[in-house]
Every structure is written in C-alpha cells, then in structure tokens.
Design a binder for this molecule. Structure first.
Ligand SMILES: [Zn+2]
Length: 264
C-alpha cells in the first residue's frame, strides 16, 4: 500500500519536474517581432534557413498580441509577450472616410481581397538578406502597434510604421524585391507592394506618385514612388507595412543595424 503511494508520489514529482523543464525551454519573443527557432530536419522548398554556430535556424514571425499569448508556430510552442506600444488619437473630419457608405465599403472589401491575394504566394527566386535600409529619411511619427482611436472610437492597432516626409519626398526600395501590386486604394491611396522572397513583403501607402511598375524587379535603393497624402490620411507621410511568414511585423526593428545577426 505504502509502496504504491510512493510510486504515485514519484510519478507526480516526475510530472512536475518535466513540466518545469518544459517551462524553462519555452521559446519567447515580443509581439510583432521575427525570431529564430531551430529548423526541422525536413524542410519544404519555400523555407529559408540559416546556418549558425548553434545549428540550423529558421525565422518565424510572431503576431501582434493584446496580452501574453502561448502560440504554436511551425510545430513549436512560443510565448508571445505583450508590449505596450501606447495609443494614438486622431481626428478625421471627413466622416465619410470613417463610417463608410455602402459603395465605399464594397470597394474597401474588394481591395482588401486584392491585397490578400497579392500576399498569398511569395517568390523563391529572391533570397531576402533582411538588411533593410529606411525607405525614406524621415523620422517615426507613429510607431508599430499603437492602439488607434479615430474620432474617439477604438480601431485596430497601427500595424505599420509611419515615417515623416513632405509631399514629393523620394521613397526607395529598402531591400531587393519584385513589384507584385500597384494600385489606388480607398484606405491606402496610391500603393505598391514588394515581394522580397520567402514570405517577406513590404507595402508603401499614401503616395503622391508611383514610379515602379507591376512586375519590376527593384534592387535596394531603387525608386518606388513619392511621399503623398492619398487615401485615408491626416497629412503627407509614408505608411510602411512589412509582412513576414503570415504576420505584419515591426518595420522599425528591421532597420536596426545588423538586424539579421541580432535575431539568429
Ligand atoms: Zn500609418
């Protein structure tokens, strides 16, 4: 009887210990960041890997979260830590751009699908270096992740980076990429999306002029267009979005020096 009890206790202890080991092993990262994880033995052709002194790694994007969240990505459990990105309140006096009428709503829905389609498949003909340079020299006017309130109504968080620039300021390609979308959209105005390969995309919105053409292969520093205030905006600026591995990620991290090495 006593023996059985001890066995049961042992099992409990073993269970507890392995749980603790698991807790220590959990990979963590911040909301909206790209992190590296050990690459699996078997890889699909569209997965990018990096050889590091601690083994072969692959990059994974973490979603923007409103509280700490345990997720499973590429079969690995990852704890995504919430980050307080602050909030911003803007006033849009043209209320037709806040509460959309039926035809504007239909247009916005159609365009959202078009953008989703452009992001669906990524080329493997370009291998992204992840060594981004800023697309404009301007300062950050609205960082990634800020909770937005438009006319005091809570809206989705700002999952892009706003950079200042006067109308006509040159926007350059921050990384080699192929132009996979060019258009004039309800929310983002004159817009270009670049495919940098292996699931890495970037988008440039509110431009006054587009210089790149659909299908162009842009080298780093090649012109994309000019800063403007087209679409739903309060003034001229570049709204720069970066997508990787199915999530919008923080562009401000990508322009840090030696970014790729810092995450491997
Ligand atoms: Zn923005």
């Amino acid at each position: 009887m006593c023996r059985k009890k001890i066995n049961f206790l042992n099992i409990l202890l073993i269970g507890f210990t392995s749980l603790q080991v698991c807790a220590l092993d959990v990979i963590e990262g911040q909301s909206g960041e790209i992190i590296s994880i050990p690459a699996p033995q078997k890889l699909s052709a569209d997965q990018l890997t990096f050889k590091t002194p601690s083994g072969v790694k692959q990059l994974v994007s973490l979603p923007f979260v409103k509280q700490d969240l345990l997720i499973t990505r590429h079969h690995i459990d990852i704890k995504v830590n919430w980050v307080n990105f602050g909030e911003s309140r803007i006033t849009i006096t043209d209320t037709s751009k806040v509460t959309l009428n039926d035809s504007d709503q239909a247009r916005a829905n159609r365009e959202a699908l078009e953008i989703k389609e452009a992001l669906k498949s990524s080329t493997t003909e370009i291998t992204p270096s992840f060594n981004f340079i800023p697309p404009v020299p301007g300062r950050v006017t609205s960082p990634f992740g800020k909770q937005r309130f438009i006319n005091d109504m809570p809206r989705s968080a700002h999952l892009a980076l706003d950079l200042s620039g006067a109308i006509g300021t040159q926007i350059i390609s921050p990384l080699k990429g192929k132009v996979v979308l060019v258009g004039d959209y309800f929310y983002t105005g004159l817009t270009v999306i670049l495919d940098h390969g292996y699931g890495l995309f970037s988008s440039y919105a509110h431009m006054s002029e587009i210089q790149a053409k659909f299908g162009d292969l842009l080298e780093q520093s090649d012109p994309i267009g000019k800063v403007g205030s087209t679409g739903r905006v309060t003034g001229p600026h570049l709204h720069w979005t970066v997508y990787f591995d199915g999530n919008k990620v923080n562009p401000e991290s990508l322009i840090q020096k030696d970014y790729l090495n810092s995450i491997l």
